[in-house]
Design a binder for this molecule. Structure first.
Ligand SMILES: [Zn+2]
Length: 509
């Protein structure tokens, strides 16, 4: 009984120990109460056995063989004529696990997930398939936060890049309180209508969420969370640094810019397949192109100086295969325009796009709708199409991290800043100066010295980060006018976004 707790109302009839432990038990009481009417009955109708899995004993699997009795219900008016006795302290009806085993599997699921949980369980003689573990995790009730006051709302992926839902957290208790099936205005607004106590909502800059919250909780103040503000700033800084790569690289040595390049840096018009992208997306594309162009120029120069590809690659900070490809190409390799082969989805493109923009982004649901309209293509083809609709907002893989990446060893180049990378440098610009090691500080100082644009950007980026770290929002107006005076398009675009957001808020107040 001490090894097998919660069995006090049971009688152990037999214990058999081989590689496994099998314990045969029956109820101690001669009577049982009906689960419907609670009338006590002692008229046994029949018996059967039920096998339960339990927690292991010293590494051995434990099975409980229960001898269960069926009783007649003796209450005439009761709907149940016959019932089986229950063991509420030990297990639930029709379940093959004891409660304590279920609890253990659930904890393993939360810590490890289904597959890894089941794998570990096998080693510990805790039986349970990955499906069982996931089912237990999914059945767990979230703590009911009846009246949240401050909540955060963000994307949550059911299936990365394909299906997104929404997670809502109580920011006062720091606990997730709900998961919504999608990100649509409708779903979000209904949730807020059902939670009228919300006073403050922290969100990213998505217009869908903004609309959903305004509709469902017009009383609530919407704020941009610190992480997203920092991330958006970092994205802008990265774009700017990419555009200024040539300026940064040459500034240090006072080299003149080759005149031919001017023409080439003209932004390239690209065929727009979908609705025109936002200004920041266009800027980001131009920035990437400028960085690539500068690298290309550098590759050609070094090649003319007679350097070998491997050497060029490490000095420019790109892969050796890219060097070979570019040199073989003979001219600047423009990003290829996306051209699609005709697809079965073409006739439905407009429909899918409009559904998508309404916020219905559930792939399998859309596939059903299309099939009903006569679409004959595979779900895969449709998923591929949906992937092209994803805005950069959810395309986290390409965006800037707010934490330093574990450095792949960056080979130091004989010429400083020769292998400059905007993506790598962004961290230097937005993090707190005291977090940089000596080499990073040197690199940062060189960049700021080399380029006036970079120097201005550094000052503005640091001032902004200090504002959000120190909660000194009253400095925002000054900061915005400094950005306007800087004439740096990437930061101006970022500032414009902030202005729009604050204006929307003022109107709400
Ligand atoms: Zn009954």
């Amino acid at each position: 009984m001490t090894i097998l707790p919660n069995l006090s109302d049971l009688v152990i009839e037999q214990v058999r120990i081989t590689n496994e432990v099998t314990v045969t038990v029956r109820a101690a009481s001669p009577t049982a109460s009906c689960p419907c009417c609670a009338t006590i009955s002692k008229r046994v109708q029949s018996r059967y056995t039920r096998t339960l899995r339990d927690l292991p004993a010293s590494g051995r699997l434990v099975h409980l063989i229960m001898r269960v009795r069926r009783f007649y219900c003796q209450e005439r008016t009761c709907v149940r004529k016959i019932f089986a006795e229950r063991f509420p302290a030990l297990t639930l009806p029709r379940v093959k696990f004891t409660l304590r085993l279920q609890e253990t599997l659930r904890e393993m699921g939360f810590a490890l997930g289904g597959e890894a949980g089941a794998h570990l369980g096998k080693h510990l003689s805790i039986p349970g398939s990955s499906d069982t573990i996931l089912r237990l995790v999914k059945k767990t009730h979230l703590p009911a936060a009846s009246s949240p006051r401050v909540v955060g709302i963000d994307d949550w992926s059911w299936k990365r890049r394909l299906r997104y839902g929404t997670v809502i957290c109580d920011l006062e208790s720091n606990k997730p309180i709900d998961v919504l099936p999608d990100r649509s205005v409708e779903t979000v607004s209904v949730w807020f209508e059902n939670h009228p106590t919300v006073e403050i909502v922290s969100r990213d800059r998505s217009s869908e969420y903004a609309a959903g919250i305004s509709k469902g909780a017009p009383q609530a103040l919407q704020v941009a969370d610190r992480w997203h503000l920092g991330k958006n700033l970092a994205d802008s800084v990265s774009t700017l640094l990419a555009r200024c790569r040539a300026e940064i690289r040459r500034g240090l040595h006072g080299q003149a810019e080759p005149s031919q390049e001017r023409e080439e840096t003209e932004p390239v018009l690209e065929e727009e397949r979908y609705a025109p992208r936002s200004h920041s997306v266009v800027l980001a594309r131009e920035g990437r192109r400028a960085q690539k162009l500068d690298r290309y120029t550098q590759v050609v120069d070094l090649h003319h100086q007679g350097l070998r590809a491997a050497n060029i690659a490490s000095r420019v900070g790109i892969g050796e295969r890219t060097v070979h490809r570019w040199l073989a190409h003979g001219s600047f390799p423009e990003a290829r325009q996306r051209r699609r082969r005709p697809s079965l989805i073409d006739p439905y493109e407009r429909y899918v796009l409009s559904r998508w923009q309404e916020g219905y982004q559930n792939g399998s649901q859309l596939h059903k709708e299309l099939t009903a309209q006569g679409y004959k293509g595979s779900p895969k083809a449709m998923y591929n199409y949906l992937a092209t609709l994803r805005t950069p907002r959810s395309d986290a893989s390409k965006s800037i991290r707010l934490k330093p990446q574990r450095r792949k060893s960056v080979p130091s180049s004989p010429v400083p800043l020769e292998n400059f990378s905007a993506q790598r440098a962004t961290w230097l610009f937005v993090c707190q100066p005291e977090q940089l090691d000596e080499r990073q500080q040197e690199e940062l100082a060189l960049i700021r010295q080399a380029s006036p644009s970079a120097e201005t950007t550094y000052g503005l980026a640091q001032a902004f980060m200090q504002m959000i770290r120190g909660h000194t929002g009253h400095l925002l107006e000054t900061w915005l006018s400094e950005v306007a005076a800087s004439h740096l398009p990437e930061l101006e675009s970022f500032a414009k976004g902030i202005r729009t957001a604050t204006r929307r808020q003022c109107l709400q107040d």
